[in-house]
Design a protein around this ligand. Sequence first.
Ligand code: BGC
Length: 280
Amino acid sequence: MSNVLGIDIGGSGIKGAPVDLEAGDFAADRLRIETPSKSTPKNVVKVCAEIIENFADQVGDGPVGITLPAPVVHGKVPFIANLDQEWKGLEAEKYFQDKLGRPVTIVNDADAAGVAETHFGAAKGVNGLVILTTLGTGIGSALILNGLLVPNSELGHLEIDGKDAEKEAASSVKDRLGLSYKEWAPRLQRYYSHVEMLFSPDLFVVGGGVSRDHAKFMPLLSLKTPMVPAQLRNKAGIIGAAWLAQDRVVHPDPDPVILESFAGGPGAEDTVKGKHSKKK
Ligand code: BGC
């Protein structure tokens, strides 16, 4: 199998590398380009084209997997917290595919990291429910049940004590307020015990840059669920995106099918054989 390109779009940098999916690792050093200060789809796709061009001899005209710090529902971005608002409502997969002239799979950044950790890292071989969270500018989440991703969980936006969770507990909040690990830990405790109560997971995997310092905050948390640091660190998004792009070749994203037997049920007037029809 040839290498598959993965690109991770973040608030400060856009990083790409060809991924060897047998090894679960980069096949060449990654390339990082600053995220344009106006992070519109138009500006970001140009950077992606540059990254593809850079690795053209390794990835040919194969598929590319791209992460976004936003939910991506059947290729479309319903909302976005930490990039330009022009992304909101965009059919991102189609837009990128047209501009880049190759098959593109766009996925949520935490989902990509979760998939990478499931196949090659901290959650490999773990049965039951794994919840991976990434602590960074925001909080990303991936729900993985028996090795299968349940996409777009968005647990960083749980409302806890009337507040958006990521605005209280992300590592950017720690940095902005100059909190020590000891001062930050109660915020993490509040967050993780709430997620634990809602989902009863079998394992928490904690990613994001700050997971490098896991020994400074994980022991301060008191949870029933085992918690381990992510293993693939900042490679996880790229590796997971590449994995999902390759998987898409074999398993195309199906239309959101609504069962025929449900066609007479509540909300049926809004559906036509699996396609969402426009509201009148
Ligand atoms: C976004 C998520 C993303 C997370 C980490 C949140 O603000 O809504 O989609 O996974 O940040 O980037």
